[in-house]
Design a protein around this ligand. Structure first.
Ligand SMILES: C[S@@+](CC[C@H](N)C(=O)[O-])C[C@H]1O[C@@H](n2cnc3c(N)ncnc32)[C@H](O)[C@@H]1O
Length: 463
């Protein structure tokens, strides 16, 4: 790979005797990996090669999974390069917590974080870029997550709304991406001697908003996929200097991982707690991770009281279903599921679209929401149409009708075609929704009508 002269010089100076190995690593193949969705593990394990586990991530494996394979489309796995998996592992959310992933698209860390929360508590997965936020939302859906709200806002807008709200915040910052040069050759072209400093300025702006949203006692995780000290140790040194209520927490170092380098910033020994993953020392791309705890209140007591009052004044705006809509939805649930899998008190309707919000609620006025928990479906004239998300969030045993398809039918359905279905037995009810599975994994919703499985595969996902 052609690396800019300035880049090579910079890392020769910083890395000394290690620099040859470091620069040579750019000519090696990038590492690939996938993470198994714990909720679908039993069905996925026989279908993937788990011979090479990533030693520092439970459920993480080296290898490649095709995007069109059933383990991928059913949300059984998330393809993620191995070093990046250590970020979600370091976040280590506890069930029931309120977590914010501030720079979340396309969703690698969010899907990992939410998987560890086992659908309890709340994860707000935010992405500033609207196109990327849509992809994030699709990945949250694919992973079958029901406790996630996907938002599309600038960090400043969220901080205004949610002061001292979260137990954990991840800032997986936009960065110069030097650690991804092997994966994305184009990224090299953006490199210039001041690029890291430009990125650092933006990172400080983002972090300063994250700091406001963290509860006292809360944990901030900061990560980048770059080697540049300006964006790594120097950002953490800046946080420690400007926000004295923060201190670092040690991150476990597995073989091949190194401590952050205090001498690349202001020599603060706390930087030894941070971790660097180098491509010449382990099988993975370049990453930096820091974990910090906020020890005391960031905003003054007077300000907190004002915020609490403001929060109390805001009533929760929850659109309710009409009697007719409730009846239609109840019929749909009875016909489709063995027992009611939903919590009615959390069901809301927005423009005919029905969703079950997570059980922890925030004030979302003025916030752009792309997904709020689990999408159930939409009212259309006098019927209720099931949402694709149900196929991914619910298990096969929850559906009354399960249609196990073969390889060819799997491909056809994903192209958008209806399937002839003559296997219908008397107990298979006509005109009701059911789950399509392939190799035991649910991947779509379908409706059996006159010995045909009508296609409900979302247009945007067809191929
Ligand atoms: C490293 S990527 C995040 C990757 C993601 N966490 C994952 O694991 O899939 C950084 C993200 O920050 C977003 N971003 C860019 N500028 C931003 C800003 N000023 N504030 C917040 N996020 C920003 C980018 O659009 C990008 O999606």
């Amino acid at each position: 790979m052609n690396l800019p002269e300035g880049f090579q010089e910079k890392y020769r100076t910083l890395l000394g005797s290690q620099s040859d190995a470091f620069l040579a690593s750019f000519n090696a193949e990038p590492s690939k990996g996938f993470r198994i969705n714990p909720a679908k593990q039993r069905a996925v394990l026989p279908l993937v090669d788990t011979s090479e586990p990533v030693p520092y991530v439970s459920g993480g494996y080296y290898g490649n999974v095709a995007g069109k394979s059933i383990v991928h489309t059913s949300g059984g796995v998330y393809s993620q390069e191995p070093s990046a998996m250590y970020v979600g592992q370091t976040v280590a959310p506890q069930p029931g917590e309120m977590v914010l992933d501030l720079c979340a698209a396309p969703g690698g860390k969010s899907t990992h974080i939410a998987s560890q929360m086992a659908n309890s508590g709340l994860l707000v997965a935010n992405e500033i870029n609207s196109k990327r936020a849509k992809i994030l939302s699709e990945n949250i859906e694919r992973f079958g997550l029901t406790n996630v709200v996907v938002t599309n806002n600038a960090p400043e807008q969220l901080a205004e709304k949610w002061p001292e709200t979260f137990d954990r915040i991840l800032v997986d910052a936009p960065c110069s991406g030097e650690g991804m040069f092997r994966k994305d050759h184009e990224a090299v072209q953006y490199w210039h001697p001041n690029y890291a400093a430009d990125c650092a300025a933006r990172q400080k702006t983002i972090v300063s908003q994250a700091v406001k949203m963290l509860k006292p006692g809360g944990t901030l995780i900061y990560s980048t996929c770059t080697f540049a000290p300006e964006e790594d140790e120097q950002i953490i040194a800046w946080i420690l200097k400007n926000y004295p209520e923060f201190r670092t927490l040690p991150i476990q170092k597995y073989p091949g991982m190194q401590s952050g380098q205090p001498q690349w910033a202001d020599n603060n020994p706390m930087l030894n707690d941070t971790v660097r993953l180098w491509p010449h020392l382990l099988k993975g791309e370049g990453h930096f991770i820091a974990k910090l705890i906020k020890q005391s209140a960031q905003i003054t007591t007077a300000e907190s009281a004002k915020t609490r009052k403001k929060k109390r004044r805001k009533s929760v705006r929850q659109a309710m279903l009409t009697k007719a809509e409730t009846e239609l939805l109840t019929d749909f649930i009875k016909q489709t599921f063995q027992t009611n899998p939903f919590t009615f008190t959390q069901i809301e309707i927005n423009d005919g679209h029905v969703h079950q919000r997570p059980n922890i609620q925030l004030d979302y006025e003025g916030i752009r929401i792309l997904r709020n928990g689990l999408n159930l479906g939409v009212f259309k004239k006098n019927r209720f149409e099931a949402d694709h998300a149900l196929a991914l969030a619910l298990t096969t045993s929850e559906f009354r009708q399960v249609f196990e398809v073969d390889e060819q039918q799997y491909q056809h359905y994903r192209h958008g075609e209806a399937l002839a279905w003559i296997k219908a037995t008397p107990q298979k009810q006509s005109k009701t929704f059911g789950l399509l599975t392939y190799q035991g994994l649910g991947f779509a919703i379908g409706k059996l009508v006159n010995q045909q499985l009508k296609n409900y595969y979302p247009k945007g996902l067809r191929d």
